[in-house]
Design a protein around this ligand. Sequence first.
Ligand code: UGA
Length: 435
Amino acid sequence: MKISVIGCGYLGAVHAACMAKLGHEVVGIDTDAAKIEALADGRPPFFEPGLPELLSEGVASGRLRFSADIAEAAGARVHFLCVGTPQKHGEFAADLRYVDAAFTDLRQHVNAGDLVVGKSTVPVGTAERLAAAYEGTDATLVWNPEFLREGFAVKDTLHPDRLVYGVPEGAAGEQAAELLDEVYARPMSEGTPRIITDYATAQLVKVAANSFLATKISFINAMAELCEATGADVTALADAIGHDDRIGRRFLNAGLGFGGGCLPKDIRAFMARAGELGVDQALSFLREVDAINMRRRVRMVDLAREVCGGSIVGRKVAVLGAAFKPNSDDVRDSPALNVAEQMNLQGAYVTVTDPEAVENARRRFPDLKYTESFEDAVEDAELILLLTEWKEYVELDPTALSDKVAQRRILDGRNVLDPARWRAAGWTYRALGRP
Ligand code: UGA
């Protein structure tokens, strides 16, 4: 199938490469010429395991190419729109300017019978508005939300856990679903569940899923606050409640909370949209989810002050992790960087290190001190903060590390270290929600 992918950011670059992997003939389109050049060269402008290989393979096969000219979308049967929907400046709502521009630009290049597939995360009602704008083109609009996780993006796209198609009523909708089934023939043959629904439901599925995940994380972090007040252990609590299948253990890791380019902005945009629809009360709990999440960052700084005997001014602090989660170089709304920046502002001498995200972090918070070298970061540190659970940090050896630091103090912001092991090696170990 001939496919175009408009917008080659995280979602689009991965989607284009994966569609070529599934055997389709794909053109990826983006307005950023430098990005197009890098992708065509097998160099994605972000860290995603497996993607460079997939891009190179696709380009070498002749089935994948990139262009900065949207006119090249003409001739494709299916057009995926994958542009970003960031949070508006100074508001909770999503900024739809890229979505609107992409749909407007593409409109001149679609042919009768084409499928225009929206994948971006949008406020419910957007698909209906865009479908109306495409009337007269004889192309059909489908809303097909994406659920990929950064770090697992290739696997999640090639083997999704579900497919959701929001289609118009009647024959046009049925034909659209059939065509999309052809695009996804391989995952469908693996038994991937496929849910066909209306536009509104498809758009809501995406934000409902992210809201649920955010709620799960904030729930366990609220329990961590209770644990801190009572001397209980939130990790054991999560293990115990997680054995109940109805609850499940996944996404119950307490710690510094959620960040990234999706969960925080999606719950806020969802609240903003609910307000517009006159049902803001239905989502008022998401305010609390957001507040619990942000409180964890403040608590982390307080804990640092506590273990340093009441003040962090002039203390040498090593921050391990800058990315919002491991296996990513994404620093958008990174809890780790938020804590590092707060501590820096409050007078600590902070050095941040990360296996992949130093460059992006430096661009976002240029006043912080960075090093690519773990050794340099921890040298003579009076306090170590583990804030992103990269494998190499989780596997640190407390004995080997003892000689390098000035003071054996560690704060485990992700509850991934064994407290007994660190304490046995002479360390002061503290964590969020653990005694
Ligand atoms: C999230 C969703 O998981 C994807 O399903 C969705 O497609 C994506 O957003 C999106 O909307 O594009 P992602 O942002 O890549 O994916 O990251 P997650 O793995 O969900 O992690 C989000 C944050 O929650 C991270 O900061 C992570 O450290 C934190 N987290 C996660 C916890 O604090 N505790 C947990 O138990 C799990």
